[in-house]
Design a protein around this ligand. Structure first.
Ligand code: CMC
Length: 468
């Protein structure tokens, strides 16, 4: 995207340390170059008789161009009004692109189905962070880095013990991740590129360990240390389901499905949790605190909590014969019920992630001999009926990624309340990449939206005795 040249504020850097020899392709960590923008087209805005403004239009590489309104208030006295950011771009980004009408999702230019079917999660994390797929040497370097950081500080075990066993794992996850800033003081300074990178490695590598600890704690089993001979998804399954008293046999079909789920959830443009991470980071907060904020935002049922809500909904429907009743409820404006796992702010076509997971779901259930799983039957029939229903067709409501992920998790034996935790494990790769991109952008500013004030006019304070 192109913006006219403007005075850019360089990110304050500490004196760069001697950086270790390593195969990084895109290194924006040193003195940031000024953004190169083509000469912009102009949008003319007239307000009343007196205000005539010329606003630059930036072309995107793909997707809608943006009108730059940053000078609007200064030049006209007006703010723009866009609750929910329906028409507002909050940043430049080179990481992820979605075309919701065509059902396209790409990380750094690569189609999501190609990555899900050919790549692995750590390679995708490298791609998100550095902008290119790693060559063999770079991949080995990155995988080894990640392996070195899978363990958590031993003291963190005691933090878990402060939580009730019945606590929701997301409640523990928010606390445990934010608490990493209390343990890793050598990666808190966001102005130091080495510390930023170290924090990124720690975040991605430790999330599966923390997620599995949340599960083990809830069922009263001992924590299982990571096994660094295992791949990322394998290690997660191992820490979840192994016990100290017997050997654990890895099922490659399940590990493959898990890795695919992680890839599919790794990033998704400027969604609520990613925007939360960016907003928190824009104040200079440390990366662990920012990711903790992102996890809190992800928890809601309209975002990462939807996979849990899908299973609860399918259980409530209970039988294929009850589907019409629930479809009618979803269409009734007086009923708060919505079809969970359906609809998306961006996708107005089949969510490409759901296409990959639909197949994975069948693979996993076949492998586990659960082809007749009643919830899958209800889900398939619900999808079929909804996709033929005028209400859903008119509003372009299609199944999203969460419609199938929950069914896979359930078949694997992952409890429902852990689903969003797994979403957080995967999305950490995207959060970290987006946070790094923002911090390394020389034009970074603290995020601070305006408001349309609709409260009380000025009034005088009255002593409590005189109030009616
Ligand atoms: N069931 C029934 N009606 C729906 C649904 C649904 N799941 N989703 C949207 N609609 C209707 C909505 O009532 C509205 O109808 P009308 O135009 O008559 O008022 C119309 O479709 C547009 O909906 P909206 O609420 O304006 O759309 P939005 O972009 O604000 O909301 C959404 C997007 C994902 C929050 C919403 O579709 C939803 O609540 N879906 C269920 C929850 C869910 O599955 N969330 C996971 C999203 S994927 C994971 C992620 O990327 O975070």
């Amino acid at each position: 995207m192109a913006k006219p040249a403007k005075t850019l504020r360089a990110v304050e850097m500490t004196t760069p340390k001697k950086r270790p020899e390593r195969p990084v392709i895109v290194d924006k960590n040193n003195a940031p170059a000024e953004k190169k923008r083509a000469k912009p087209a102009i949008a003319r805005l007239t307000i009343g008789d007196k205000i005539n403004l010329e606003l630059p239009i930036y072309e995107a590489i793909e997707g809608a161009p943006c009108i730059d309104v940053t000078s609007l208030y200064k030049d006209s006295g007006y703010f723009t009004y866009d609750p929910g950011f329906l028409s507002t771009a909050s940043c430049d980004s080179e990481i992820t692109y979605i075309d919701g009408d065509k059902g396209i999702l790409r990380y750094r230019g690569y189609d999501i189905d190609e990555l899900a079917n050919k790549s692995d999660f750590l390679e995708v994390s490298y791609l998100l962070m550095y902008g290119e797929l790693p060559n063999k040497k770079q991949k080995t370097w990155f995988d080894n880095k990640m392996i070195r950081h899978t363990m958590v500080h031993e003291q963190l075990n005691f933090l878990f013990r402060g939580f009730p066993r019945r606590a929701h794992p997301m409640a523990i996850m928010v606390g445990a991740v934010a608490s990493l800033s209390a343990f890793y003081h050598d990666s808190l300074d966001m102005s130091d590129p080495d510390q930023r990178e170290l924090a990124a490695f720690r975040m991605i590598a430790k999330m599966p360990t923390i997620a599995a600890m949340c599960y083990k704690y809830s069922i009263g089993q001992p924590f299982i240390y990571p096994d660094n001979d295992l791949g990322f998804a394998e290690n997660f399954l191992y820490m979840m389901f192994a016990t100290p008293c017997e050997s654990y046999e890895m099922n490659p079909v399940l590990a493959d499905a898990m890795d695919k789920i992680f890839i599919l959830h790794a990033d998704h443009e400027q969604n609520a949790s990613t925007s939360t991470v960016r907003l928190a980071g824009s104040s200079g907060a440390n990366p662990f605190a920012c990711i903790g904020a992102g996890i809190a935002s992800l928890w809601g049922p309209a975002h990462g909590g939807a996979n849990e809500a899908v299973i609860n909904m399918l259980k409530k429907i209970g039988d294929v014969k009850n589907i019409p009743e629930y479809i009618a409820k979803a269409k009734n404006k007086d009923d708060p019920f919505r079809l969970m796992g359906f609809g998306h702010r961006i996708y107005k076509n089949y969510d490409p992630r759901a296409t990959v997971l639909r197949k994975s779901c069948h693979d996993v259930l076949n492998e586990l001999g659960q082809q007749d799983e009643s919830l899958l039957k209800i889900a398939m029939e619900l999808e079929k009926i909804a996709l033929e229903d005028k209400y859903f067709i008119d509003r372009k409501l299609y199944p999203n990624v969460d419609f199938y992920s929950g069914i896979i998790y359930r078949a694997m034996g992952i409890p429902t309340n852990l689903f969003t935790v797994l979403f957080a494990v995967a999305r950490t790769a995207g959060w970290v990449a987006q946070w790094k991109e923002m911090v390394e952008d020389p034009a970074m500013k603290i995020g601070r939206p305006r408001q349309l004030f609709v409260g009380s006019k000025p009034r005088k304070y009255e002593a409590v005795a005189k109030r009616k």
